[in-house]
Write a protein that binds this ligand. Structure first.
Ligand code: BES
Ligand code: MN
Ligand code: ZN
Length: 480
């Protein structure tokens, strides 16, 4: 999708509010549509009038002007993008006014994001791919003096959305194709051209690091586990670095604590945390953010076999802590225990954010609207919340009172990997907290938000790419 900061385009798009009574061009038609209540200007409402002689126009409603948000714009332009595709319109012209005291940069960002969101489709396995006519040219008639800002905002958004789409593609890919080695190769192929150093460790090196918890989960699979470390040094003048740690279960059958058929059906998405850190790393490095970052993924499959780990096993971990395996389906926290310990002690990260499709309990608590969060540090948590707001990806913080820790104490080992029926998302997060060694840390449970059973707004069915945008804005604004 190309853009030009000038008037032009084959079809004019006119933005209207509910209270709009007249428009510059096409006012006759507009008045008629309003009067007949064919078009009201509701948020996300689109009306296209296509004519053979060049006088085509599309009206996009944005609801009440007072209530306009960046999310309204994203949704509106997503709807517009869909309509343009249907009507085979490849070139539009659009006047972008400044809406009240809203930031002009963020307004343009939301518009561009909405349009791009409408172009994602995971159809690689469809034999009868519908020929798609995608919007190709956007002529923007912008407020004077804002050209530079608009250019930079669109450039940034373009790359952020490439990162989001990369994450979606990785997550949507079936587990038969997307196993640890492939995930690692994708990280290498997509990130090294951007100046990211990608190190991939195999079983032998993982053994040398004594990552017993990670290796225990991997044992039941014939696929070799991979430990992937991606380093980006955007600010060589600073010693500070943030670690992003992503859960990388390329498939989660549950192991001997086998999932039900329904529970297992979409478990190729259990690597969404790792795909998010790869997508975020892509967006950050391609945008050349002046920040230091390390992304870490312990990738493996949780399977059953004669050699798989079993309930009752008491396993070690890189940290030295021993863990009683009460349920082999609580595997994510075991792989993350070693990945987080590595981030805290080998990488010596100053801050850690982990992303994981960790618990069904989080889905029960928050559904697929909010990502659940647990933190040991208020200022990092606040930074994540701020970034999430900018991104339009809601995050809800859960409590982590000391008292919950009793729930995952083990009689025979230091910890056990389950915390009972209550507070499942909290105890899982607090289990992870045991492995960050006092490093400021935020855990994001994306079990409900990373993969959707039906489309929601501009998020498609399947992989949503949440929370790549949050990670991008977090890193962009973080102090280093
Ligand atoms: N990957 C699952 C969590 C999950 C559930 C993600 C639904 C996405 C959608 C995780 O490994 C898991 O199985 N967790 C268990 C933990 C329990 C055994 C303590 C769960 O939530 O049931
Ligand atoms: Mn599991
Ligand atoms: Zn899992």
């Amino acid at each position: 999708m190309k853009y030009y900061l000038e008037k032009g385009g084959e079809v004019e798009v006119i933005l209207t509010f509910k209270e709009t009574t007249r428009v510059e061009r096409f006012n006759d038609l507009f008045g008629f549509l309003k009067e007949q209540e064919i078009f009201k200007g509701d948020s996300g409402e689109v009306y296209s009038h296509i004519s053979h002689n060049g006088d085509s126009v599309v009206f996009l409603g944005l609801g009440e002007e007072e209530k306009l948000t960046y999310e309204t714009l994203r949704r509106g332009f997503f709807a517009l993008g869909g309509e343009l595709q249907k009507k085979k319109i490849k070139s539009i012209g659009l006047k972008v006014a400044k809406f009240g005291d809203r930031c002009y940069g963020k307004t343009n960002k939301a518009i561009w994001e909405g349009l791009l969101q409408s172009q994602y489709d995971y159809d690689k396995f469809k034999s009868d791919k519908k020929p798609k006519v995608l919007l190709d040219e956007v002529y923007l008639d912008i407020v004077e003096g804002e050209a530079e800002k608009v250019r930079s905002v669109i450039g940034e958004t373009q790359i952020v959305m490439e990162g989001v789409f990369l994450t979606r593609d990785l997550v949507n890919e079936p587990a038969m194709n997307m196993y640890p080695e492939v995930l690692a190769r994708e990280a290498v192929d997509r990130l090294t051209p951007l100046g990211v150093d990608v190190k991939v460790l195999g079983r032998k090196e993982i053994e040398d690091l004594k990552m017993e918890a990670f290796l225990s989960v991997a044992r039941g699979s014939s696929k070799e586990p991979k430990f992937i470390v991606m380093t980006y040094k955007g600010n060589p003048d600073s010693q500070e670095k943030l670690a992003l740690v992503g859960k990388g279960l390329t498939y989660d059958s549950g192991g001997y604590s086998l999932k039900s058929a329904a529970g297992m059906a979409t478990m190729h998405s259990d690597m969404a945390g790792s795909a998010s850190v790869i997508g975020a790393m892509y967006s950050i490095a391609a945008n050349r953010l002046k920040k230091n970052l390390v992304a870490i993924v312990a990738a493996c499959e949780n399977m059953v076999s004669g050699d798989a780990y079993k309930t009752g096993d008491i396993i070690g971990s890189m940290s030295g802590k021993t863990i009683e395996v009460e349920n082999t389906d609580a595997e994510g926290r075991l792989t993350l225990a070693d990945a987080l310990w590595y981030a805290a002690t080998v990488e010596k990260a100053d801050k850690i954010v982990d992303l994981a499709t960790l618990t069904g309990a989080c889905v029960v608590a928050l559904g697929n609207i909010n990502t659940g969060a647990i933190a040991n540090n208020d200022s990092l948590m606040d930074a994540v919340k701020t970034a999430a707001k900018i991104a339009g990806e809601p995050v809800w913080q859960l409590p982590n009172n000391e008292e919950y820790k009793d729930l995952f104490k083990s009689h025979f080992a230091d910890l056990k990997n389950t915390g009972g029926r209550g507070a499942g998302a909290i105890t899982a997060g607090m289990f992870l907290q045991e492995f960050v060694n006092d490093t400021p840390w935020v855990h994001l449970d994306i079990a409900g938000t990373a993969f959707l059973d039906k489309a929601a707004g501009y998020l498609p069915k399947g992989a949503s790419g949440v929370p790549v945008k949050t990670l991008f804005y977090l890193v962009k604004d973080i102090e280093q």
